[in-house]
Structures are given as C-alpha cells and as structure tokens.
Design a binder for this molecule. Structure first.
Ligand code: IFM
Length: 519
C-alpha cells in the first residue's frame, strides 16, 4: 500500500468510529454542550471558573505553504512541497497548494478577520524559497518586500507578528544538496534566518526557528509520507541532528541581526501515557516524552539531548555527532512554544523489529506498526479513542493540555509558555437554511474544554501568555489536501469566499472577555 493509501485506510475506520462516538450526529453540531459523562470531558462548571488575564495574547496561526498560493510568483523558487504535490499519488484528490487560500494576495482582508475577532497575535511562517529561491545567496527583494508589507499590515491592525522561520517548505535546491541530513544546512538556515531578522527584525520581536521538528524530519526522511519521501531511519537521525544544530545557529543569527528579537519554539507536544502499568511501558512512555516532546527543547536549553531518548548510544554515531556540537546546539530559549492537539498511548517495543512500514501517520496523529516506531527508541505509539474523535480521527482529550503544560513547566524551570497551535478537524460547512452560517458546535466545545484546562494550569502556576488557534482559515492540509478543514473560517476554494464559522465568532468573544462563554 502507498503511504497515502495506508493513511486513508486508517482514517476511514476512524471516521466510522468518530460517527459512532458522537451521539446525536448532526443535532450534536447544533448543540455545543456535551454531557459531562463523556470520558475525559470537563464539566461546564469548570469552564465557568476560567478567567484569562487582560494581557493574554489570543491568536491564530497559519503557515506559508498551507495558505499563500502564488507558488511561482515574484521570483519564488520551487520548494520540496511544490515538487511533491506536482508528482502524482502524494496528496488526496491530487490537490496542490498552487493557489491554496490565495493568502499571498488576500492577506489584508484576512487580517481584517483577525481584527474583527479581537485577536492580538498572529503566528505565520515565511516561505524560505520566496527569500532565497534556491536556498542560499542574496535575498530576493520581492519576497522580502512582500513580508515587510504584510508585517506592517499586522502592526497597523494592532496584532503582534509571530514569525515561524520554517514550516516545512524547504527550497528544492537544498534538497538537491542532500536535504536536512546534510549538516551544511545548519549554516544555510542560519544565513536565511539572519536575512529575515535583518530586514524584519525592527518590527518582529517573536521568532520560532522551526515548526514541529520531530514531525518533518520523521515524516520526510524516516517514513516518507512527506517530502522528500525518503524512508531511511539513519537519514532521519541525521536530519534531526542538523535541525538541532540549525536551531542554535539560527537563534544566534537572529539575535545578531535584531536587538529586539526574542527566540522560542513551535514544537509539537502530546502527553504520552503508558499503555499498561508495567515497568517496560512506563519506561517506553518516558522515552516517547524524551524523543517526541523535549528532544529539541533539551538540546537548545542544555546543549545535550535527553539521556532517555534512545535505547543505546548507537544513534549518536549514526547521526554524525561531533565533539563541540553541544556548543552549537545550546542557545537557551527566551520562552517555550509548543502545540497541543491530542494525547498518545505508548507501549514498549524494544524487543520487536520495526520494519518501517505499515503504520499510519498524520500531521498530528500516529499509529505505529506492531513492530514499533523506529529501531532506536523501542516504542510503539498509538492514538487513543476513549474520548470523542474529530473527523481526522484524533481523540478529544482536553486534560492532555493541562498535563503537558504542567510537565514542561516543572521540567524546564517554569518558563514563559506560548501555545503555538491547537485545533480540530470537523467538516461542518455553510447551512443555506441558516443564511449560510457555519454551525460548528463541536469545534466550540473542543476549544471550550481545552481552554478550561489551560486556565486550570495557569491557576496552578503555569506561565502561559498566549494561545493560537489552528487555524485562521481552512487550508491545504498536507497529504490530505483540501479534504480536511481545520479553520475557524470556512473557505470556499472555488470562489475564495470566507465565512467566519460559529467557532470563530465564539473565539472572538473569548478574546474580548477573557472568559469562556457557554451559551
Ligand atoms: O496543519 C497542520 C500544521 O501544519 C501543523 N500542525 C498540525 C496542523 C493540523 O494537522
């Protein structure tokens, strides 16, 4: 089975399970309140306690490739995602992001939506091949000017620009030189980040070098469901090491070019709970945490990878670790940014042999094959389904955000935290009988539940200063193309018409009041 078919096969079964898990079907969408008896769910009385500080930064997030379109305009070079989607069989429905949400041309109107919803922070990414078409050399000033005007428009709307330097659209020219397993990319990336800080760092003060470094290295080089589509566990280890070096180098380069810069992160994180109470599963859950949640965070904070990540020391030889790399990796963050979508169940797989196939993976979902995830961590990770499932098959487990925020606060000396992404996939669309309104009550409930738990973590001492809902717009969801809708704004991809969903309107009320309306 191709990677795409494997993923879709798993998803079809999950969708059936989701329908079964959501009592009331359509009526449920119109009635946001859920019975408190749903496993893992938080009673309404808990969300009534939530009161966020006045200066809390309510925001939304997007990424360049998923929304911009204009794939070959104004001197932009080809990215690995352009190459991947233009070849057959990689994306559902053969969708491409050549136009996507046409955000490149429509960003002023879309910033208008952010403003209307009282939002104060917008996390976006910059397309590296717009700035350096083949990945190195002098900047393409048309690309720089585009982002400069975009940042000005955000500031005029009173919105903080939060820049992710890399959200997966590597210039194809750098893949042709070996891609992320080639450690030279650490230096090229630092040059690129320095160009951004030099030209935009008078106005952007919040920078995250990488979005989800475990995901794009594992998916792209380990299991090949994303570009460049390689299936080599050694290449995955090498790619991760280059990225860990690159994050430290970029941090220094950003700061050298902008005195106002603060640097953090946009890591993926999901609490991993042991499948059973056995010592082996509990140790596996710790290895999962070390690898999937804090591998890059520990590397930048301390200069060392977490000791528990691997079963043996062999990976260090394979990744090409050199003496002195600890100095390059170390660049303590000013704040810690991460996403939360769902939890994971982890079991020991140290006695089995992973074959590198047969599992199903998604940007935020993972069901490893029976042999486990990879040869070095000895873990098998799966998605839980005790709570209700979204249409992407991800379990809604609001308590997970509390657990992961508290754990990171404990382990990293109570840092300032930015929630860089969270969201859910439901396919609700405009209802002609209701004037075209999009009644996505399940998404409202997702956010209400999760934000209740975030407020609880803050009451218990976590220093969280922002929350970015994924996403401002329905957009190009990687291998799932336009078949997935994560937006709080509905996009009609034939006309590019936007309709703010009920969840977007609700979120705007949250941003205005700092409370979680239940009605
Ligand atoms: O769309 C993605 C995004 O690019 C990275 N985080 C998860 C989102 C939803 O899958």
């Amino acid at each position: 089975m191709s990677p795409m078919n494997r993923r879709n096969f798993a998803k079809t079964s999950l969708l059936a399970a989701a329908a079964a898990a959501l009592p009331g079907g359509r009526a449920f969408a119109d009635r946001p309140a859920m019975p408190a008896t749903i496993p893992g769910f938080i009673p309404t009385s808990e969300s009534e306690k939530a009161q966020f500080p006045d200066d809390f930064l309510w925001g939304m997030a997007t990424s360049s490739y998923q929304v911009e379109g204009a794939w070959n305009e104004d001197g932009k070079g080809e990215s690995i995602w352009d190459r991947f989607v233009h070849a057959p069989g990689h994306v559902k429905g053969s969708d491409t992001a050549d136009v996507a949400c046409d955000f490149y041309h429509r960003y002023r109107d879309d910033i208008g939506i952010l403003k209307k919803l009282n939002l104060k922070s917008f996390r976006f990414s910059i397309s590296w091949p717009r700035i350096q078409p083949t990945g190195t050399g002098a900047p393409n000033m048309k690309g720089v000017d585009h982002y400069s005007q975009f940042v000005d428009a955000l500031l005029e709307a009173g919105i903080r620009p939060f820049c992710t330097v890399y959200h997966w659209d590597l210039p194809q020219g750098l893949e042709d030189r070996g891609g992320w397993p080639n450690r030279d990319l650490a230096g090229y990336f630092a040059d690129y980040a320095g160009i951004l800080a030099k030209h935009l760092g008078d106005r952007i003060t919040v920078w995250a070098p990488f979005n989800m470094p475990w995901s794009f290295t594992f998916f792209g080089y380990g299991v090949g469901i994303q570009p460049p589509g390689r299936r080599s566990f050694p290449d995955w280890l090498k790619a991760m090491h280059t990225v860990a070096l690159a994050q430290g180098e970029a941090h220094r380069s950003i700061k050298a070019n902008s005195a106002k810069a603060t640097v953090g992160s946009a890591y993926e994180m999901a609490p991993g709970y042991p499948k059973t109470d056995s010592e082996a599963d509990r140790a596996a859950a710790e290895r999962y945490h070390a690898m999937s949640n804090v591998y890059f965070l520990a590397a930048t904070m301390t200069g060392e990878y977490p000791k528990k990540a691997f079963l043996t020391d062999e990976p260090f030889q394979i990744m090409g670790y050199k003496s002195g790399d600890e100095k390059m990796m170390k660049a303590p963050l000013d704040w810690v940014g991460f996403h939360y979508y769902s939890r994971r169940i982890v079991e020991d797989a140290s006695k089995t042999s992973p074959v590198g196939g047969g599992g199903s993976f998604d940007s935020e979902g993972e069901n490893d094959p029976p042999g486990g995830r990879d040869p070095y961590t000895g873990i098998r990770v799966t998605m839980a389904s005790e709570g209700p499932l979204t249409h992407a098959g991800l379990e809604m487990w609001p308590r997970g955000i509390y657990d992961i925020v508290m754990r990171i606060s404990r382990e990293f000396n109570n840092p300032v935290i930015e929630l860089t992404e969270s969201g859910c996939m439901f396919l609700d669309g405009p209802e002609p009988a209701q004037g075209g309104r999009v009644p996505d009550g399940r998404r409202i409930e997702f956010f209400r539940q999760e934000l209740s738990e975030l407020a609880r973590a803050m009451r218990d001492g976590a220093k969280v200063r922002s929350f970015h809902a994924w996403s401002l717009l329905d957009n190009f969801e990687w291998g799932d193309g336009y078949s997935f809708r994560y937006g709080l704004t509905y996009v009609d991809f034939r006309t590019q018409q936007r309709t703010i969903k009920d969840s977007g309107l609700w979120y705007g009320r949250v941003a205005a009041s700092g409370k979680l309306p239940t009605g």
